[in-house]
Design a protein around this ligand. Structure first.
Ligand code: NAD
Length: 710
């Protein structure tokens, strides 16, 4: 046996020790299935008074082997099903053996690990912040296929089990105890074993509640009037969240409800069937690839230059205490970094600090932080109007108005007071970094750190290397972003970098369709049904059409300086018309939408008279494809031009930064899963109908011909 072993102690208790050889964590796979079956057979020959399930690793059990799960195809679905069923049969044998089985949870028990614990009669966890329990499978497009659905439903009832299973929440030990997931906590690991021994000695025979005579499902069976009422609306509620593009929550709900109407073993088999259908589907593969492998690579420093020692920032300067500067100051201070928040006047700077005060007050009210933590974080933010206060900052981030001359001036002023090795970063969203770096005395230490709004919620930071940015500066910027708990992607300089450039194609395409006469509601709805968080018209209102016009004019002027004539974009005329109509967006109280003070925003009724043409209506799939394709094609262009240097950064950046639908696995993964040949053919079709912006770069055609994915 290679994944676990059994030992018997002096009290006659069997210890089932999870201890995968040659690996840092315990995994649920074929080896585990075979070993567990062998243990069950061995136990039948032994005399013992109970079982303690414990881990010899620092975590309890890591769950399924995601690398292998991602490889399962419809052809290998059947053996995978058999393996899952075998693990469940062994766990069931332990659970129904009559003797008490106790889980001693010393570290994270998530997914498959928590399913092992759920099959135990009694669960004790070590009281430590590293111990987390829960079933996060849904976040990777999967479901808990190791009996997790059958047992959670029987333990808590359908209603209470629903958020545990469909939202994938993870619990710390205190919360898990309160929620009834755990039975006991232990102060130390030896104490945990002593408590487990005491439980076994006090309970000669134990049966799971659902195996007892007269067991009733908490909260009622699916057929009970109250439950039937809830279940009638549950699919619609779920669809509102999943928009119909995420199959896992829907499969979970089906497995829950179908499983609640049959015996335990049948429920487990139903669960396995749904599990295999998700595992063999494309969405789980996309999510595992991007949200597990690629994201972990980024956290491990995949795009960080090698051979440069890790750095931490202790004091950061933020220039400009407006919307972005205030958010960046909060993000840094809440991670223990001293912040000098500088604006043109002390009042402006203090106003910027006020943003943190408001956020922290809310967190205190919700019990997320203590009053001491609130005080400490605020004490780290030093509002200032004096540039000399930047002395000693290892990093400065400027977030002043988007004006080249102003940015140049604040760069030069700040550099006079900074240590020689300090990094200077710009949070510009549109101005190329190489140009801004010209104002700097040390352009090799100049870099772009593009945060997204609102900074406290948005997980991504786009790091932009200018032509002269050196590796040490990139490494320091990368470390800083990780220090903030955010996700860095690294791109090379380009107008709009990666994210703003691709985002611009989304808004332009939506507005272009409106200009062609397509119904505004159909455009917004199609975006929603694709899985975009906001429609292109709503998000354009948020950005403001005047800002879009300003950026366009700036780009035209800049390119003209380089001798390039930029042709108008498909949405430009519609933007101009809206500005003429004095409907520039949300800030002005009216744009594509109306913003009544007392109710939700709604599409402006005048759009129909302005733009709608009955003969211009498009099928839903056409609108969806135009949005998904235009962004994917622009991403492929960024890759082609080496603005992007990895599909990893493209996928993560497109989902985390600009809302490309998560089910796709990201903008380049969307092309992979569509099939490169099919993608090119469909893009050509769209180009024929709507213009050359849908033409894919030659490198993508070549990849398709060579059958090579991104
Ligand atoms: P903002 O207008 O809210 O704030 C700008 C702040 O800079 C103001 O408080 C202003 O008083 C201050 N300022 C002006 N001159 C200064 C000086 N000499 N020294 C110090 N402070 C000075 O702007 P914002 O939305 O926070 O944007 C700031 C930067 O971030 C811009 O470059 C913008 O392109 C970029 N950005 C904005 C967003 C966004 O969603 N708003 C997103 C990413 C990046």
């Amino acid at each position: 046996m290679n994944s676990l072993r059994i030992e018997q102690d002096q009290n006659g208790i069997v210890h089932l020790v999870l201890d995968r050889q040659g690996a840092s964590a315990n995994l649920m796979d074929e080896q585990f299935a075979a070993d567990l079956a062998q243990v069950v057979a061995q136990l039948q020959q032994m005399t013992y008074c109970g079982i303690i399930v414990r881990s010899a690793k620092s975590t309890f059990f890591a769950g399924g082997d995601l690398g292998k799960i991602a490889e399962v195809t419809t052809e290998t679905g059947q053996p995978f099903f058999a393996m899952v069923e075998s693990i469940k049969a062994s766990m069931r044998a332990l659970e129904t053996g009559g003797k008490p089985v106790v889980a001693c949870i010393n570290g994270a028990a998530l997914g498959g690990g928590w399913e092992v614990a759920l099959a135990c009669h009694h669960r004790i966890a070590f009281k430590h912040k590293s111990v987390k329990v829960g079933l996060p499978e849904v976040t990777l497009g999967l479901l808990p296929g190791g009996g997790g659905i059958a047992r959670t439903v029987r333990l808590f009832g359908l209603k209470a089990a629903m958020p545990l299973l469909t939202e994938g929440k993870q619990f710390g030990v205190e919360k898990a105890l309160k929620a009834g997931l755990l039975h006991e906590l232990a102060d130390t690991e030896p104490a945990m074993l002593a408590q487990a021994t005491a439980f076994i000695q006090a309970n000669e025979q134990v049966t799971q509640p659902w195996d007892m005579k007269g067991y009733r499902l908490p909260g009622g069976n699916p057929g009970s009037p109250k439950m039937a009422q809830m279940l009638a609306v549950a699919p619609a509620m779920l669809k509102l969240q999943t928009k119909g593009v995420l199959p896992a929550p829907e499969a979970i709900l089906s497995a829950m409800v179908e499983g609640a109407q049959v015996d335990f073993d049948t429920a487990c088999r139903i669960e396995s069937r749904y599990f295999v259908s998700l595992v063999t589907g494309q969405v789980a593969k996309n999510l595992i690839n991007t949200f597990w492998f690629q994201l972990n690579d980024i956290k491990a420093g995949a795009s960080r230059p090698d051979g440069i020692a890790a750095t931490t920032v202790t004091k950061v300067g933020v220039l400009g205490a407006g919307m972005m500067g205030a958010g960046i100051a909060y993000a840094a201070a809440s991670r223990g970094i001293e912040v000098v928040l500088k604006d043109v006047s002390l009042d402006c700077a203090k106003k910027g600090k006020g943003y943190s005060e408001t956020l922290l007050a809310k967190q205190l009210q919700r019990g997320r932080i203590t009053a001491d933590q609130q005080r400490e974080i605020l004490a780290r933010i030093h509002p200032s109007e004096q540039v000399a206060d930047l002395g000693g900052c290892e990093l400065v981030i400027e977030a002043v108005f988007e004006q080249r001359q102003l940015k140049a001036r604040v760069t030069q002023e700040a550099e006079r007071h900074l240590p020689r090795e300090a990094v200077f970063a710009s949070n510009t969203s549109t101005l190329p970094i190489t140009g801004l770096a010209k104002a700097s005395e040390r352009p090799s230490q100049f870099i772009g750190l593009h945060f997204f709004s609102p900074v406290d919620k948005m997980p991504l930071v786009e790091i932009i290397c200018g032509e002269q940015t050196d590796s040490a500066t990139l490494a320091r910027a990368y470390d800083f972003v990780l220090q903030l708990g955010k996700t860095p992607i690294v791109v090379n300089d380009s107008r709009g970098f990666f994210t703003s450039r691709v985002f611009g194609t989304f808004t332009n395409e939506g507005i272009a369709m409106l200009g062609e006469g397509v119904s505004a509601a159909a455009i917004e709805n199609a975006a929603f049904l694709c899985g975009f968080p906001v429609g292109p018209l709503a998000v354009s209102d948020e950005v403001s059409l005047t800002l879009m016009e300003k950026i366009r004019n700036q780009t035209i002027a800049d390119l003209a300086d380089e001798g390039i004539i930029q042709p108008p974009k498909a949405g430009d005329a519609t933007i101009d018309r809206m500005i003429e109509l004095e409907r520039p967006g949300k800030l002005a109280g009216q744009g594509f939408y109306d913003y009544p003070p007392e109710s939700k925003k709604r599409l402006w009724s005048g759009l129909e008279a302005q733009f709608y043409r009955a003969e211009a209506q498009l099928p839903l799939t056409e609108i969806k494809d135009r949005l998904l394709f235009i962004m994917a094609i622009e991403t492929a262009r960024c890759y082609d031009e080496q603005v992007l240097t990895s599909s990893r950064d493209a996928n993560i950046g497109s989902i985390f930064g600009i809302g490309y639908p998560a089910w796709t696995g990201g903008a380049l993964q969307f092309i992979n899963q569509y099939g490169l040949g099919r993608f090119v053919a469909r893009a050509d079709e769209l180009a024929e109908r709507y213009g050359d912006r849908f033409l894919v770069p030659d490198s993508l055609r070549a990849r398709a011909d060579a059958n090579q994915q991104y």
